[in-house]
Write a protein that binds this ligand. Structure first.
Ligand code: 5AD
Ligand code: SF4
Length: 442
């Protein structure tokens, strides 16, 4: 019998990827993805712990779900509620204590056990929890996701050993694990056979990738990219998220020699101040970061960069903050994400005594975001009148209009473009509006 499955995904691309895998895994049990939560037989919340108040947001969402579940029960229908993802990993049993509507809590390393756990929960009418870090990789047992469209994520590495002092990832996603190169290659082949042209290789610390190759030698991301680039159908390759400390020669070389590797790199620096970087345990200096940027620009002169920034990290002075502003000027980022530091329970920075008052954090964030917006706008404007190749992926808001992705992840619109859907087309940029570009066929 067909059952409705509703998955709500929070946070990063890793979660988007995991949600797709979960849907594929549950399909043989009769679960079909549905857009509405109201008539769901199963609701999965795939949570993210990186932002502020992640658990509060989860509990308030669960409050709403509880009401829906009660309504369904009065109609003699059930609703199984599953909390997955990093908040599940971090909160564990606490979730059952605080929210009576939850049937199952499952951590990111245990998704392959979902069918079994669901059967167990249904059979025993009991709550079920699985937040172990297993020794066998979950990747071995997850099925190949069915993808729609021409872009897809491919998870190649999970976990992080860096322990930046502000970050929960090492605690929720566990130790670094890299999939063997052949496994990645086979998944990329399968994606290409489903029509995927644009692939993003994912990992929490993706450039630390060290999977084994076919001769059981340790490989690296540079080599892996060159391998994936050999697949005909794959036209565009990207990777995220990188740590500056793990940039390596093979990877820089791939940027210089592999046409399919897009000239856009998200390389988070977090702060422009060496003092703050040290206190964050980032294990690199600004000078080292800039050397990577320079080497990448030399290898691929048309490359553009993006970054993440945290403002108001414990102990950040106005002088430190000015160094962050300076690095934005110096690198001339095409785009950036910036956040106010928010203490995450269980992380070392959360208990540092020199926390920055909220009003100072807000004021710094505003200044930084203004600068970032100006840089982004200048980058977009610089494309007016120039040509670029765009992969058109879907219909736009207006009739006949299509929307695609530039090599730099900008959204590009094209009128009367339906015949270009799912194709890479050379266009000329005519206009830059807010965060997107308008184009005509070149
Ligand atoms: N406070 C603010 N921002 C954070 N990030 C991670 N942890 C925190 C935190 N505790 C940001 C970092 C990271 C991005 C994904 O989220 O900039 O690169
Ligand atoms: Fe978190 Fe990234 Fe640092 Fe790892 S490298 S601890 S994922 S911020």
């Amino acid at each position: 019998m067909k059952k409705n499955l509703y998955i709500k995904t929070y946070g990063c691309q890793m979660n988007v990827y995991d949600s797709e895998k979960m849907a594929t895994l549950l399909a043989p049990m009769g679960f079909e993805l549905n857009e509405s939560m109201n008539d769901a037989d199963m609701v999965i919340l795939n949570t993210c712990h990186i932002r502020e108040k992640a658990s509060e947001k989860l509990y308030s969402e669960l409050g709403r779900i509880k009401e829906l579940k009660i309504i369904r029960q009065t109609q003699n229908k059930d609703m199984m509620v599953v909390v997955a993802g990093c908040v599940a990993q971090a909160e564990g049993e606490e979730i059952f204590k605080r929210s009576s509507c939850v049937d199952m809590v499952v951590g990111p390393q245990s998704y392959q056990n979902l069918p079994e756990l669901i059967a167990k929960a249904a059979r025993d009418k009991k709550i079920v929890i699985d937040i172990d870090f297993p020794t066998i990789s979950k990747f071995d047992s997850l099925p190949q996701a069915k993808v729609k469209g021409v872009s897809a994520f491919l998870s190649i590495q999970e976990g992080c050993n860096e322990f930046c002092k502000f970050c929960v990832v090492p605690y929720t996603r566990g130790e670094e694990y890299s999939r063997p190169t052949m496994e990645v290659y086979r998944e990329a082949l399968a994606l290409a056979s489903q029509g995927v042209m644009d692939i993003t290789l994912l990992g929490q610390n993706v450039n630390a990738y060290n999977g084994l190759d076919e001769s059981s030698q340790v490989s690296n991301l540079g080599k892996l990219i060159k391998m994936v680039a050999k697949i005909d159908g794959i036209k565009r390759i990207r990777y995220m998220t990188s740590h500056p400390r793990s940039m390596h020669d093979d990877l820089i070389d791939a940027h210089g020699t592999c046409e399919k590797l897009m000239p856009f790199l998200h390389l988070p620096v977090q702060s422009g101040s060496n003092q703050i970087l040290k206190s964050m345990n980032r294990k690199h200096t600004i000078e080292e970061y800039l050397i990577h940027i320079e080497a990448l620009r030399k290898a691929r002169p048309d490359i553009a960069f993006s970054s993440d920034f945290i403002v108001g990290y414990p102990g950040e002075t106005e002088e430190d903050f000015q160094k962050t502003m300076q690095i934005v000027e110096e690198v001339n980022y095409a785009q950036c994400y910036s956040f106010k530091y928010s203490p995450r329970p269980g992380t070392p920075a959360a208990i540092m005594s020199n926390q920055i008052p909220e009003d100072i954090k807000s004021e710094r964030l505003l200044r930084l975001q203004n600068l970032i917006a100006a840089k982004q706008s200048a980058f977009n404007q610089s494309w007016i009148g120039r040509e670029m190749e765009v992969l058109f992926e879907k219909n736009g808001k207006y009739k006949g209009q299509v929307v695609g992705k530039s090599p730099y992840m900008q959204a590009v619109h094209l009128s009367d473009g339906e015949k270009y859907l799912e194709k890479i087309v050379k266009v000329k940029i005519t206009k830059s509006i807010a965060n997107s570009l308008d184009s005509v066929v070149a």
